[in-house]
Design a protein around this ligand. Structure first.
Ligand SMILES: Nc1ncnc2c1ncn2[C@@H]1O[C@H](COP(=O)(O)OP(=O)(O)OP(=O)(O)O)[C@@H](O)[C@H]1O
Ligand SMILES: [Mg+2]
Length: 325
């Protein structure tokens, strides 16, 4: 089962460069959350700080009773077993074939027999669509394949928390759609907590339960998808609607200097991606529930799928009935 990650007052700098000033939020247990932000806002640094590879200047990262920045090296080692991490560059060992790369955490952290390791590695390779590639070296495959191999390795210990840094960069749109479906299905099956960094606004609009935006040294907003996609915050509105109008400019150093102008209206909220079996996600609520509770009118055309079905009105019909226990 997934666990919550509670971040309090986190600050990080490198020398005189402050990356973020004061980040506080909770990544809800068992849900999928996505973190976005312009390039260079410290998303990768954030993930590395969560797993204790980088130390914050101050602040706390609570994973159940533990505060990650305050763990001793041997405690961190134990803690990392609970995390599956896909780094931005895949971080595969260049001299090992995919099989050995993916088997590595199993050999490092468990006493499983080679036959059991083989079964698990081949299962994970199949899951990410890399069956038959186990003998290849990372240098012999495409960037997208390396990403998927990194994901297979992140999943191999059945982690409670899965962190993925731009799992979809370098993937074509069809593979991105498959990958997003894989995340939803894994989340429904394992109940793990997911935190995904992405640049893909299309992904951000349909995949996560919660969304956050890092901008100008701060987490400007983090919350349920329906809240973020209807937020009037200029940077949030600009980013999640992929608009040119707004405070975010082309060059990072100019961010915030541009005239903010008028904030365009939010786009319709699409229905959330459902698990393949058609049953709702474990933590899924009725589409539009957050909006109704907060008195926010859905943007016109919201929750209508490609087939013209209205997920807000017809939720009870559209979610497939649960199989009897
Ligand atoms: N080990 C390090 N030492 C010094 N500076 C670093 C280090 N790691 C990252 N930085 C700096 O921290 C800032 C944030 O980097 P980070 O890689 O987290 O950005 P990002 O949001 O992931 O960007 P992108 O979307 O391009 O991946 C950058 O200015 C980077 O140069
Ligand atoms: Mg990054």
């Amino acid at each position: 089962m997934g666990v919550e990650i509670r971040v309090e007052g986190l600050r990080k700098s490198f020398g005189r460069q402050v990356i973020w000033e004061d980040v506080s939020f909770s990544v809800p247990a068992g849900e999928i959350s996505a973190l976005l932000g312009p390039s260079g806002t410290g998303k990768s640094v954030f993930l590395k700080t969560l797993v204790g590879l980088l130390r914050p200047d101050r602040g706390h990262i609570y994973v159940e009773g533990d505060d990650v920045p305050r763990l001793e090296e041997h405690e961190l080692y134990e803690m990392r077993r609970r995390f599956g991490v896909l780094f931005q560059d895949g971080a595969l060992f260049g001299s090992m074939d995919l099989f050995d790369n993916i088997a590595f955490p199993l050999r490092e952290h468990t006493r499983k027999r080679e036959s059991e390791i083989r079964r698990i590695v081949l299962e994970k390779l199949d899951m990410v669509g890399l069956s038959g590639a186990e003998g290849k070296l990372p240098g012999e495959i495409s960037g997208g394949m390396r990403k998927r191999a990194g994901l297979a390795r992140a999943l191999v210990l059945d982690p409670e928390i899965i962190l993925a840094d731009e799992p979809d960069s370098g993937l074509d749109p069809v593979r991105t759609a498959y990958l997003n479906q894989l995340f939803v299905d894994l989340n429904a099956r394992l109940g793990a907590t997911f935190l995904i960094v992405t640049h893909d606004v299309g992904t951000a609009r349909v995949l996560p339960d919660n969304l956050g935006l890092l901008f100008r040294r701060d987490l400007v907003l983090f919350g349920p998808r329906e809240m973020v996609l209807t937020s009037g915050h200029p940077a949030v509105r600009q980013f999640f609607n992929a608009r040119r109008e707004g405070p975010i400019g082309m060059a990072e150093e100019k961010d915030g200097v541009r005239a903010e102008g008028e904030v365009p209206p939010p786009l319709p909220i699409p229905p959330q991606l459902m698990p393949s079996d058609g049953r709702p996600r474990r933590t899924m609520r009725r589409p539009g529930a957050w909006l109704r509770e907060h008195g926010v009118r859905p943007p016109p055309g919201s929750f209508i799928d490609d087939q013209g079905r209205d997920w807000m009105a017809d939720w009870d019909l559209l979610k497939a009935p649960r199989a009897p226990a």
